[in-house]
Design a protein around this ligand. Structure first.
Ligand SMILES: *[C@@H]1O[C@H](CO)[C@@H](O)[C@H](O)[C@H]1NC(C)=O
Ligand SMILES: *[C@@H]1O[C@H](CO)[C@@H](O)[C@H](O)[C@H]1NC(C)=O
Ligand SMILES: *[C@@H]1O[C@H](CO)[C@@H](O)[C@H](O)[C@H]1NC(C)=O
Length: 361
């Protein structure tokens, strides 16, 4: 790590020296142009930086708003010094320098599209552009970015259908498309793609939860504030066996809470609030041994939250001291050691926790 950084610094230093020499000897290199000139190889720290310079400059030219004056730093040939751009050695050549990550989070830049920019930075590993004003769609070309593993374009104005390009990004582990104007269905293949984190809320998504798409590696799943309808599939525990946080609040999910929800043994946060779930609460939630927050408010569920069965013997409370959990299920339930709740009236006989939690599909 240290060596790599040192070598990048040295390369940048060389670039700066060469840049100075270039100026004093009167060599004039055009900043814009479709093909980098041969002389750029001498001027730039790395040929890879020469290739992306016109792409970045072209993107700069379509930016319509820049309230923090970020693009004022996007001048000259030292792309790695531009605000929001970070360089590193790419995996395929440890002695090369490339634009490895972009962090535009909160810059509030406006541009009609990311097309011709995001899809043309071949060494990009991270693209974080939360809270900007980027429109258009993510073009198909972005699918071939070989190193991209984090894509956060949340809180922009992306529109059109689900960007199919993300299905082609073979290394993607983090996808955040929240708060855009995307619509339509999310392809079920997305769930089996090796993502660790998938955030698609406040989307105009109208679809069912995929039934049995196969096991996923998803740890953080947010599909809140959509129009996801239909039942929670019984396969949920197999599909999301590694999930730590699953947020499905404010959708149109209906039917009963599947018993298998209790097998989400890694889940710390389950939020199913504001749906149309009906029927009994189900004792299997007592098997959720990692549970910290369970929100079932805003549904038509009834019954009790089991008072026993949590793996680490935490107690359950509703957040309201002394509130009984017997009649209807409301509020966000937290597992805590401080406020035990004694449920006096049992709607259902409680099966022995061991027998219940030992059941597998
Ligand atoms: C933006 O930065 C440039 C260069 O530093 C400066 O000349 C200009 O006045 C700045 N504009 C605003 C709006 O801050
Ligand atoms: C690796 O990058 C360095 C610096 O750009 C370059 O000189 C060298 O030719 C590259 N090696 C290969 C195998 O492409
Ligand atoms: C779940 O996590 C474990 C431990 O990190 C990992 O070995 C396993 O492959 C993951 N499951 C899936 C389906 O990715």
């Amino acid at each position: 790590m240290h060596n790599t950084k040192t070598s990048i610094k040295i390369q940048i230093l060389i670039a700066t020296i060469l840049l100075t020499l270039g100026h004093s000897s009167g060599i004039d290199i055009p900043l814009l142009g479709p093909t980098p000139l041969v002389t750029d190889i001498i001027i730039f720290a790395d040929q890879r930086l020469a290739v992306v310079l016109p792409i970045i400059q072209n993107f700069k030219s379509i930016i319509t708003s820049d309230p923090f004056n970020v693009t004022a730093t996007w001048t000259g040939r030292d792309v790695c010094a531009y605000r929001g751009f970070y360089c590193e050695s790419p995996p395929d050549n440890q002695s090369a320098t490339a634009v490895a990550s972009i962090d535009f989070n909160g810059f509030r830049l406006a541009a009609p599209t990311l097309d011709g920019f995001l899809d043309r930075l071949p060494d990009l590993a991270l693209f974080h552009a939360n809270s900007n004003d980027f429109g258009g769609a993510i073009s198909a070309g972005a699918a071939s970015l070989p190193y991209l593993y984090e894509l956060d374009v949340s809180n922009n104005r992306l529109s059109g259908p689900f960007p199919e390009a993300v299905l082609g990004m073979s290394g993607l582990v983090f996808l955040d498309l929240r708060f855009n104007a995307l619509s339509g269905a999310v392809p079920p293949q997305l769930f089996g793609r090796g993502l660790d984190a998938l955030f698609i809320n406040n989307y105009l998504l109208a679809t069912r939860l995929p039934d049995n798409p196969g096991p996923t590696s998803i740890v953080y799943l947010t599909l809140s504030n959509n129009r996801i309808f239909g039942p929670i599939p019984r396969s949920i525990s197999r599909t999301f066996s590694n999930v730590s946080e699953i947020l499905l609040l404010n959708n149109l999910l209906s039917g009963c809470l599947p018993y298998e929800i209790g097998f989400l043994t890694e889940a710390a946060v389950i939020d199913l609030g504001g749906n149309r779930l009906t029927g009994p609460m189900g004792w299997s939630v007592g098997c959720l041994r990692s549970l910290e927050v369970l929100n079932l408010a805003g549904n038509q569920l009834y019954g009790q939250v089991p008072e026993r069965g949590f793996g680490r013997e935490e107690e359950l409370h509703s957040g309201i001291p002394g509130a009984a959990l017997g009649r209807g299920v409301r509020g966000v339930f937290r597992v805590a050691k401080v406020l035990p709740v004694h449920v006096d009236v049992r709607a259902y006989p409680v099966p022995p926790a061991a027998a219940l939690c030992g059941l597998r599909l």
